[in-house]
Design a protein around this ligand. Structure first.
Ligand code: FAD
Ligand code: PYC
Length: 416
C-alpha cells in the first residue's frame, strides 16, 4: 500500500467516511454511445473495461437494471479453476485464469484472488476414470492438475471423511493447485472503477425494455430511463438472456434455473482449500471472514426467483456433513439464490446474434464467475471488432444448428 493510500485510508476513517470519493461516477445516460453493454455484472463490466483498455473504445455505457454486481456476480460462491475437458473450453478458462493471476495489479484493486487449490472428488470407479481422463487432457493443454488418493486428500484436509464404508466413499480426486477463490463484489467494483477511469458510463437502475432495430441492424435500446442509441449492443445478462433475446426477436437454447447457496456462522480457520463433489452434490470452502461457503446443484424447475428454500438447505447440508461430519454442529447463517442460464452442452454462448450489431454473451450456467476476466476479454474483442476472437469462435450460437457441441457436463463443477 502506498504512502498516499495509507494517509487517505486514515483520513477517511477519521471522517467517518464522509467525502470519500466515489470509485465510479453515476452519470445521466447520454443520447448516443459507440457501444452499449447491457448488464452490470462482472462479465459486462469486464467487457466494457477491456473494450476501453484494449480496443480504445471509450464512449461506452454499461446499463444495469439494479445495482452492479447484484446478479449472479454478487451471489456466487466464487470458485475459480480452469480444469475443463475439451480444448475449446480449456483454452478459454485458462485465458481467464492467466488474467486472474494479474488482475489485482492490472486493476490496482484487490480482488482477493486466493489460489488455495480446488479438489473435485471422485466416489466411484467411473468417477475416477473420468477424473484421470480430464487431468490428462488438462496437462496436454498446459493446465496444472493431478490425481490424488484418499490418503493424500486426508493429509491435506484433516477433517474430511475418507471412511470407505459410507454412502459415497471418497476414492480420490483431481486437484488443481492454481484454482481457488476471489472476492466477488471486489471483482465487480474493480472492473467498474477501471472502466470508469477510461470514461465508460456505468448507469445503474436502468432496465433495458426493448432492443431497437432498423433494416436488420440494431440501433439502440429502450430503457426505463429513455431511449439510448448505439450501433453496437452487447448483452451480458446471465439468467435473463432469453428475455433479452425475445426482445430482439429470436430464441436462445437456454433454460433459466435458480441456483442456491448458503453460508454458516463464521468459525475459526478449518478449511484452507476448496472441496467439490458432484456425487454427493455439495461443495464447500471457507471465506476469509470464516464462514463456510456452501452450495449444491441447480433447482430442477425453471424460474426467476432469487430465493433459497428449506429443502435446498437440507439436501445440501446433508451432503456436506457426509464429507465433513465435524460440520454437523455448525449453524447456518444466510441463504440465497441466483438465476443461472444453462445450455444443452453446459458451455457458454459468446458471439454475434442474428441481428447486425447485436452480440450475446450468456449460458455460463453454474460456472461463469471463474470466467469473468476471460469472458470480458474475448467479448470485448467480439463487440469492438464485430468478429469473434479465436478463443470464443467455437462458442457461437450456431453450434446448436451445426451440431458442433462442446459437452462439458462432466467438468461443470455443479451439475446442470
Ligand atoms: P450477472 O452477475 O447476473 O450480471 C447480469 C446483470 O444483468 C445483472 O446484474 C442483472 O441485474 C442485469 N440485467 C438483467 N436484465 C437486465 C435488463 N433488462 N436491463 C439491464 N440489466 C439487466 N461460477 C463459478 O465460476 N464459480 C462458482 O463458485 C459459482 N457459484 C455460483 C453459485 C451461485 C449460487 C450462483 C447463482 C452462481 C454461481 N456461479 C459460479 C455462476 C456465476 O455466478 C455466473 O456464471 C456469473 O457470475 C455470471 O456473471 P454475469 O456478469 O454474466 O451475470
Ligand atoms: O463451476 O466450479 C464451478 C462452481 C463451483 C460452484 C459453483 N460453480
Amino acid at each position: 500500500m502506498s504512502k498516499y493510500s495509507i494517509f487517505s485510508l486514515a483520513r477517511n476513517a477519521m471522517s467517518y467516511h464522509q467525502n470519500w470519493a466515489a470509485a465510479w461516477r453515476s452519470p445521466e445516460p447520454k443520447q448516443k454511445y459507440d457501444a452499449i453493454i447491457v448488464g452490470g455484472g462482472g462479465h459486462g463490466l469486464a467487457t466494457a473495461y477491456y473494450m476501453a483498455k484494449e480496443h480504445g473504445m471509450k464512449n461506452i455505457a454499461v446499463l444495469e437494471k439494479g445495482w452492479i454486481g447484484g446478479g449472479n456476480t454478487g451471489r456466487n460462491t466464487t470458485i475459480v479453476r480452469s480444469n475443463y475437458l475439451w480444448d475449446e473450453s480449456a483454452h478459454l478458462y485458462e485465458k481467464s485464469m492467466k488474467l486472474w493471476e494479474g488482475l489485482s495489479q492490472d486493476l490496482n484493486y484487490n480482488v482477493m484472488f486466493s489460489q488455495r487449490g480446488v479438489y473435485n472428488l471422485g466416489h466411484t470407479l467411473q468417477d475416477m476414470r473420468d477424473i484421470q481422463r480430464r487431468v490428462n487432457a488438462n496437462r496436454l493443454n498446459g493446465i496444472d492438475g493431478h490425481v490424488v488418493t484418499p490418503q493424500e486428500i486426508k493429509a491435506a484436509i484433516p477433517h474430511i471423511n475418507i471412511d470407505q464404508g459410507c454412502r459415497y466413499p471418497i476414492m480420490g480426486a483431481s486437484f488443481q493447485p492454481r484454482g481457488g477463490v476471489a472476492r466477488h463484489d471486489a471483482v465487480a467494483w474493480g472492473f467498474a472503477r477501471g472502466a470508469d477511469k477510461y470514461g465508460v458510463d456505468i448507469i445503474q437502475n436502468c432496465e433495458v425494455t426493448s432492443i431497437l432495430q432498423e433494416n436488420g441492424a440494431v440501433t439502440g435500446v429502450e430503457t426505463s430511463r429513455g431511449k439510448i442509441m448505439s450501433p453496437k449492443v452487447g448483452v451480458v445478462v446471465a439468467g435473463h438472456c432469453s428475455v433479452l433475446a425475445e426482445m430482439a426477436g429470436f430464441r436462445m437454447p437456454i433454460e433459466s434455473h435458480p441456483l442456491q447457496a448458503l453460508v454458516s456462522e463464521p468459525i475459526k480457520p478449518i478449511l484452507d482449500t476448496v472441496v467439490m463433489s458432484n456425487a454427493v452434490h455439495g461443495y464447500v470452502s471457507q471465506s476469509d471472514k470464516g464462514d463456510l461457503v456452501i452450495g449444491a446443484g441447480i433447482d430442477s424447475y425453471n424460474g426467476y426467483g432469487q430465493r433459497g428454500s428449506f429443502s435446498g438447505i437440507e439436501h445440501t447440508v446433508s451432503a456436506i456433513v457426509e464429507l465433513f461430519p465435524i460440520f454437523s454442529r455448525v449453524r447456518m447463517n444466510r441463504q440465497w439464490g441466483g438465476i443461472v442460464d444453462t445450455t444443452p452442452d453446459a458451455c457458454p454462448i459468446i458471439g454475434n446474434a442474428p441481428v447486425k450489431g447485436l452480440y450475446f454473451n450468456c449460458g455460463w450456467g453454474t460456472g461463469g464467475f471463474k470466467a469473468t476476466p476471460g469472458s470480458g476479454w474475448v467479448f470485448a474483442h467480439n463487440v469492438a471488432t464485430g468478429q469473434p476472437h479465436d478463443l470464443n469462435r467455437p462458442f457461437a450460437l450456431d453450434r446448436f444448428v451445426t451440431g458442433h457441441l462442446i459437452d462439458e457436463h462432466g467438468a461443470a463443477g455443479v451439475a446442470h
